[in-house]
Ligand binder design. Structure first.
Ligand code: ADP
Length: 501
C-alpha cells in the first residue's frame, strides 16, 4: 500500500450532507452526497432531523472512503465544515436530541430579538459578538428550546444537556460522546461568544438565561478534536479541522492576507473580507466575525451577504419562464451591448447590507418597447454585480475607518461563477480583478486544509496558499466613466424601491 495520505472533509450543508476525499495536494478524489429533507412545521419555521444528519454523514463518509479506495490508516485527519448557527440540544447520557434542530433560517425567535432591541441590548451584543441581533444566530434558539421543551431548563440546570451547532453535534457522535467541542468560527455565530476575548461571555449567557455548562469547549480551527470511535470506520481517525462553511470557504480560497476577499455566488451571495488581527466594527451593519483561529491566533473578517443572487435566475426560469436553464443567461447577456437602461432591483425579500430595508420589494425599471427577454435576464445578472459593489464599498469604508486596509483580491466560487459574462461584468463594475479557482468546492477544501494543517500534511498556511490554483482571471476593462454611470443608475433605481432612508 502506498504511503499516500488523504484528508476526509465532511460538509454538512443546509440542503445536503456530503463527504469529499482530498489527496495531499488538495485535489478531490471521491465525493458522496445525500439530500437533506427540510421540515417546515409552520410558515417561517425550519427544522432538521439531527439524527438523520448524523446517519447521512457517516454513510457519506463511508461511501467516499470506499469510492476513493482509502483505508482509515491513510486518512491524515477529518475536517468538518457546516451550515452555521443551526442549533441542537441533546441529552448527554443517551445522546438523543430533545427536539429537532432549529435551522438558521427559522424565524420563531423574531419577537425575542425585537424585545432585546427594545431593551437596548443590541449595542452590547454587537460590541461583544460582532453580530446584529437577529433570529439567525443560535442564542435565541437555545433559549427557545430551554423554554419550550418540557423539563429542558431543569435538565440543563443539572448539567444533563449539551448544546451544539452541526459541527459540534457531528463531533460528539464521531467520538461516541467523548468530545463536546466546537471551533472559534462556529462559536462566533452563536451570539454568546466574545470574539475579542475568545471565550463564552457570562453576561450574555445570563441575558439569555443559558447555563454555561450547556456550551462546548471552543478550540482552534486546526486542532486535536479527538478520534472517531473505533468501530465507525474500522479504525480510529483523528478529527483535526473545523470551521463554519463561509469561514472554510475563505480558507479554501487561501485568503490568508488582510485585504483578500472571497465571494460565493450561489442562491444568495456571501462575501468575507480578511481584516487580519483587527476586529473591524462596521458602520454599515456588516457583521464582524472570526475568519479563522490558528495556533491560538485569531484572524478576523467582515462579512456581508446578498439575499438574492442566483435566486434571481431561478425566478426568471421558474417564475417568469423566460429561460429554461440558468446558464442560458450567459449567451443572452453577451448578445447585447447593454440592457438599454433596464435595471432590476431583486429586493424580493427586502434589501440587505448596506440598506437594511426589510420592507423594500423588487422592481424592474427603465422598460421601453425595445426591452425584451435578453434585457431583463441581463439586468438580473447585472444586479448581482451592482450589489457586490454595494457590499464591497461598505466594507472598504469600514476598513478605511480603522487604517490602511485595501481590498485587493477577489476570489469567487459558487454555482454562478461558471458564467464568464457575469465574471467579466463583475470585474468591470468593481474595478477589481476577479479570480476563479480551479477547485470551486472551496468549502470542503477549506475544511480539508484545516485538517491537513493539524495533521502535518501541510506545514503552514503559506504551503496551503501555494496549492491554490487560478483557473481564470477577469480584469476590469470597462472605461471608468461608464462604470460610474452604470453604478449611479443602479443607486438611483435602489432609491426608488426603498421604504426607509
Ligand atoms: P447553492 O449552494 O446556494 O444551492 P449553487 O452554488 O449550487 O447554489 O449555485 C446555484 C445557483 O447558481 C442557482 O441559483 C442558479 O440559478 C445559479 N446558476 C448556476 N449556473 C449559472 C450560470 N451559468 N449563470 C447564472 N446563474 C447560474
Amino acid at each position: 500500500m502506498s504511503g499516500r495520505k488523504f484528508i476526509l472533509a465532511l460538509d454538512q450543508g443546509t440542503t445536503s450532507s456530503r463527504a469529499i476525499l482530498f489527496d495531499d495536494r488538495g485535489t478531490p478524489r471521491a465525493t458522496a452526497q445525500r439530500q437533506l429533507p427540510q421540515i417546515f412545521p409552520r410558515p417561517g419555521l425550519v427544522e432538521h432531523d439531527a439524527e438523520q444528519i448524523w446517519r447521512d454523514t457517516v454513510a457519506m463518509a463511508r461511501a467516499a472512503l470506499s469510492q476513493g479506495g482509502a483505508e482509515p490508516s491513510q486518512i491524515g485527519g477529518i475536517g468538518v465544515t457546516n451550515q452555521r448557527e443551526t442549533t441542537v440540544i441533546w441529552r448527554r447520557d443517551t445522546g438523543k436530541p430533545i427536539h429537532n434542530a432549529i435551522v438558521w433560517q427559522d424565524r420563531r425567535t423574531a419577537d425575542h430579538c425585537q424585545r432585546l432591541r427594545r431593551d437596548g441590548q443590541d449595542e452590547l451584543i454587537r460590541a461583544r459578538t460582532g453580530l446584529i441581533v437577529d433570529p439567525y444566530f443560535s442564542a435565541t434558539k437555545i433559549a427557545w428550546l430551554l423554554d419550550h421543551v418540557e423539563g429542558a431548563r431543569e435538565a440543563a440546570g443539572r448539567g444533563e444537556l449539551a448544546f451544539g451547532t452541526m459541527d459540534c453535534w457531528l463531533l460528539w457522535n464521531l467520538t461516541d460522546g467523548k468530545v463536546h467541542a466546537t471551533d472559534a468560527t462556529n462559536a462566533a455565530r452563536t451570539m454568546l461568544f466574545d470574539i475579542h476575548r475568545q471565550r463564552w461571555d457570562e453576561g450574555l449567557c445570563k441575558m439569555f438565561d443559558i447555563p454555561i455548562g450547556l456550551l462546548p469547549d471552543v478550540r482552534d480551527c486546526a486542532a486535536d478534536f479527538g478520534h472517531t470511535a473505533g468501530d465507525l470506520f474500522g479504525a480510529p481517525i483523528a478529527v483535526t479541522g473545523m470551521a463554519g462553511d463561509q469561514h472554510a470557504a475563505l480558507v479554501g480560497q487561501a485568503c490568508f492576507r488582510p485585504g483578500m476577499i472571497k465571494s460565493t455566488y450561489g442562491t444568495g451571495c456571501f462575501v468575507m473580507l480578511n481584516t487580519g488581527t483587527r476586529a473591524v466594527t462596521s458602520e454599515n451593519r456588516m457583521l464582524t466575525t472570526v475568519a479563522y483561529r490558528l495556533n491560538g491566533q485569531t484572524t478576523y473578517a467582515l462579512e456581508g451577504s446578498i439575499f438574492i443572487a442566483g435566486a434571481a435566475m431561478q425566478w426568471l426560469r421558474d417564475g417568469l419562464k423566460l429561460i429554461d436553464e440558468a446558464p442560458e443567461s450567459e449567451a443572452l447577456a453577451a448578445g447585447l451591448s447593454s440592457t438599454g437602461g433596464v435595471i432590476m432591483v431583486p429586493a424580493f425579500t427586502g434589501l440587505g447590507a448596506p440598506y437594511w430595508d426589510a420592507g423594500a420589494r423588487g422592481a424592474i425599471l427603465g422598460l421601453t418597447r425595445d426591452s425584451g427577454i435578453a434585457e431583463i435576464v441581463r439586468a438580473g445578472l447585472e444586479a448581482v454585480c451592482y450589489q457586490s459593489r454595494d457590499l464591497l464599498a461598505a466594507m472598504q469604508a469600514d476598513a478605511r475607518a480603522v487604517g490602511d486596509l485595501t481590498l485587493d483580491v477577489l476570489r469567487v466560487d459558487g454555482g454562478m461563477v461558471d458564467n464568464n459574462w457575469l465574471m467579466q461584468f463583475l470585474a468591470d463594475i468593481l474595478g477589481l480583478a476577479v479570480d476563479r479557482p480551479s477547485v470551486t468546492e472551496t468549502t470542503a477544501l477549506g475544511a480539508a486544509y484545516l485538517a491537513g494543517l493539524q495533521a502535518g500534511l501541510f506545514p503552514s498556511t503559506g504551503e496551503v496558499a501555494g496549492l491554490w490554483r487560478r483557473e481564470a482571471e477577469f480584469t476590469p476593462r470597462m472605461p471608468a466613466e461608464l462604470r460610474e454611470d452604470l453604478y449611479d443608475a443602479w443607486l438611483a433605481a435602489v432609491a426608488r424601491v426603498r421604504t426607509v432612508a
